[in-house]
Structure formats: structure tokens, C-alpha cells
Design a protein around this ligand. Structure first.
Ligand SMILES: Nc1ncnc2c1ncn2[C@@H]1O[C@H](COP(=O)(O)OP(=O)(O)OP(=O)(O)O)[C@@H](O)[C@H]1O
Length: 252
């Protein structure tokens, strides 16, 4: 099987007060299609730098990124949006605040096509958007005609997640996407995330600091420390882990 993505000795280095700092240190990894990979690491381990490199917001200092067999190391984030979708920690990122929920969903459905949002198009697609919204948690289906700025954090993050997955990306990056939400909204979105990934067999990398979620979700678990992968557990090994064992890795 061709891996969805191969990282080949990726390093990212910065100069800090005449000091060289290695944020990613010769990181090598294969992600296979359909894998739902949880990424854990203490603050400062390099998780965001890792995501920024994969998404194309940072170009690695050395190493290669191969995506579906093609090298994309030097491609911009813009060029990668066809392949890679990302949901951030901050619910305010990723949506157009002044537009309605339905308009945002339509934009996501038409991403990559002509950007003009015609009212006629919205009317045509409304039944489809309504049907889609019915499957969503956090009562988002009752908010279709409201501007996104009026939504709660949980609703806005649900919308972000929907928009990031509506076109079934080749790789989904979830960057602590439930961590700004209250416990109920967070669990509702996490359950919806898991269902969507399974139903569509998406390939996903998810950063979380929630150890229970790290044990419950996904079929592979990585631990990053000082820019290096210090653990790579498959699904069976992940099931045998406990929060205590994970804490030992994080404190190692
Ligand atoms: N532009 C920069 N200049 C200097 N140091 C940086 C820069 N970007 C990141 N760092 C440092 O690199 C390290 C890795 O940062 P990164 O944000 O990738 O960690 P993280 O694992 O995502 O942390 P968190 O869990 O807090 O989000 C940290 O020590 C951070 O302070």
C-alpha cells in the first residue's frame, strides 16, 4: 500500500539568540490511508511545528514530505489545501463570521470551484445543507440562517469540523479542536469526529492534551518529545495503555 504521507527525516531548525534550536529533529513517519493517529506531547514538544510543516505553513530545514507518492516538501499551504484540511483550537478560525451558517457550508461544499456565492445556488442547495445539518451535534441545524458570529464556541467548532471534512480531504489535521469547549460540547464534537472519520474512512492526525480521549479515539498513538517521536503505538498497544503509562511517556 502506498502510504498517504511519508515524512523522511524532517527537521526544522531556528536560530534563537545565536543558538540553534531544533524544533523537529529528523522525524520520520509513514501514515497509511485510513489511519486515525492521535499525537500527544507536552507543551513545547513540537506538535504545532509538526502540523505547520505538514500543512505547508513552514518549510522544513531538511528532509522530505511525500504525499500519495509525490514529493510536496516545497509546496505552499495554498497548494496543499486540495489535499489537507485543518481544524484549529480557536473556534473563531476557519469560518466567515459575518456570513450565515448555511452560506459557510455552501462555501465549503464549493471550495476549489468558483468563489462567487449566488443566492440562487444557496436556494438550490438548501435541502442538502438542511439534511446535512440534521446529523450535527450542538443543535447547529437550528442555526442555519444565523450569522456565524452569533454561534456558541461548540457550535462554531462543529461548523469548522463539518467544513473541513465536507469534501473528504486526503488528510485531516485536528489541532486540539475540542480543547476550547466545555465538557459536554467537547464530548459531543469528539463523538461526531470519530463517527465522521469512520464513516468516510478519513486519514487523520489529531493533537490532544486529553489523555482519556487519546486512549479512547483513533487507531494509532504517537508521542512527540523535543521534536522527536519517542513512541508509536498501534491499535492493540493503544488499547492496553492507561493514563498512568501515558503520563510516564510524557514525563520521560
Ligand atoms: N518562531 C519560534 N521562535 C522561537 N521558538 C519557537 C518558535 N516557534 C516555536 N518555538 C519553540 O519551539 C518549541 C516547540 O513549539 P510548538 O509550538 O511546536 O510546541 P507544541 O508541542 O505545539 O506546544 P503546545 O502544546 O504548547 O501547543 C517550543 O519550545 C516553542 O517555544
Amino acid at each position: 500500500m502506498t502510504p498517504r504521507m511519508t515524512l523522511n527525516q524532517i527537521s526544522y531548525q531556528i536560530s534563537d539568540d545565536n543558538d540553534q534550536k531544533q524544533l523537529l529533529d529528523q522525524l520520520s513517519l509513514d501514515i497509511n490511508p485510513g489511519e486515525f493517529v492521535v499525537l500527544l506531547g507536552a507543551n513545547g514538544a513540537g506538535k504545532s511545528t509538526f502540523f505547520n510543516t505538514v500543512a505547508g505553513d513552514l518549510t522544513p530545514t531538511s528532509g522530505q514530505i511525500i504525499f500519495n507518492g509525490q514529493e510536496i516538501t516545497k509546496q505552499s499551504a495554498q497548494q496543499r489545501t486540495r489535499l489537507i484540511s485543518r481544524v484549529y483550537q480557536d473556534p473563531k478560525l476557519g469560518t466567515a463570521a459575518d456570513m450565515t451558517v448555511a452560506e459557510n457550508i455552501l462555501l465549503a461544499m464549493r471550495r476549489g470551484q468558483r468563489r462567487r456565492l449566488l443566492p440562487r445556488r444557496l436556494k438550490q442547495q438548501l435541502p442538502q445543507i438542511k439534511a446535512l445539518a440534521k446529523t450535527l451535534p450542538n443543535h447547529l441545524e437550528q442555526q442555519l440562517n444565523r450569522p456565524v458570529s452569533a454561534l456558541s464556541g461548540g457550535q462554531r467548532q462543529t461548523l469548522n469540523f463539518l467544513m473541513a471534512t465536507i469534501q473528504k480531504p486526503e488528510l485531516l489535521l485536528l489541532d486540539e479542536h475540542t480543547s476550547a469547549l466545555d465538557a459536554v460540547s467537547s464530548q459531543a464534537l469528539m463523538a461526531f469526529t470519530d463517527q465522521t472519520i469512520q464513516d468516510n474512512q478519513l486519514t487523520c492526525l489529531m493533537i490532544t492534551h486529553d489523555l482519556e480521549d487519546a486512549l479512547r479515539y483513533g487507531n494509532r498513538l504517537l508521542v512527540l518529545k523535543a521534536g522527536q517521536l519517542i513512541a508509536d503505538f498501534n491499535a492493540v498497544e493503544q488499547q492496553q495503555l492507561t493514563t498512568e503509562k501515558l503520563l510516564n511517556y510524557l514525563n520521560a
